[in-house]
Design a protein around this ligand. Structure first.
Ligand code: ZN
Length: 89
């Protein structure tokens, strides 16, 4: 019983690589350096997208909270006006 030589996480009983890493090895045999290029491009872009997504989500959250505050303050102002009107009568 060994640990996979590539990911160093999965346990291997027969070969040097676990099943998932054997697929990577297979791609390396088929596509050579193209695998590294694809991994660099895709993973780098994925990171950007993740950051954009996080940023967008934070902006959305801020907008929702601002709207809540605005709505609550408008409600409170309207209630104050109504109370004032009631007290007049
Ligand atoms: Zn592995």
């Amino acid at each position: 019983m060994f640990v996979c030589s590539l990911c160093e996480k999965e346990t291997c009983y027969v070969s040097k690589f676990c099943n998932k890493c054997r697929r990577i090895k297979h791609f390396l045999n088929l596509y050579n350096d193209r695998v590294y290029d694809v991994l660099d491009n895709v993973l780098a872009r994925e990171q950007d997208k993740q950051e954009n997504k996080v940023s967008l989500e934070i902006q959305k959250e801020i907008k929702i909270n601002q709207d809540k505050i605005k709505t609550r303050s408008q409600y409170n102002n309207n209630k104050k006006l109504l109370d004032l009107e009631k007290n007049k009568n």
